[in-house]
Design a protein around this ligand. Structure first.
Ligand SMILES: [Zn+2]
Length: 148
């Protein structure tokens, strides 16, 4: 795992957001939550990692992995890409609610949510998605197998 996050997240941050682009409608089985058809467009996922934010983000940006969280299932679907990321010291729930957008699959990423967010994945309008894209960091795609 040698993908670089540029810039590295500050150590005081423990929340992160992923900006996600769904190119064409995608029908995805999201673990135990069931099957959902995600319309094409922009989505935003808000999460947190208490220990290593860098490790968590790097994992999200990697394609090959064991599917563990709801978000893993969505990101593994064809035509679904993370187009940007950013981090914050805010609580994930406050940040998630501040962003607006629309809950399309209740419970998504919210298994541990005690704040009534509904979901930690939001569908964004096209204009909001484009606006956020300009403010997020680009994911590095320079991943190479070690030793090459
Ligand atoms: Zn929440």
């Amino acid at each position: 795992m040698n993908a670089a996050l540029n810039p590295p997240p500050p150590s005081t941050h423990c929340s992160y957001q992923l900006l996600i682009r769904v190119e064409a409608p995608a029908t995805v089985r999201v673990g135990a939550l069931g099957v959902h058809r995600f319309d094409a467009g922009w989505y935003l996922y808000t999460g947190s990692a208490r220990r290593s934010l860098t490790a968590r983000l790097t994992r999200h940006l990697r394609r090959e992995k064991k599917l563990r969280w709801h978000i893993d299932h969505l990101l593994a679907a064809p035509g679904v890409t993370v187009t940007g990321w950013r981090t914050s010291a805010r609580s994930e729930c406050a940040w998630n609610r501040a962003i607006g957008g629309k809950v399309v699959m209740p419970g998504f990423g919210a298994s541990d949510c005690r704040s009534g967010c509904g979901a930690h994945l939001k569908r964004l309008s096209d204009s909001k998605g484009c606006e956020l894209q300009a403010r997020f960091h680009s994911p590095s795609t320079k991943t190479r197998p070690p030793g090459r």
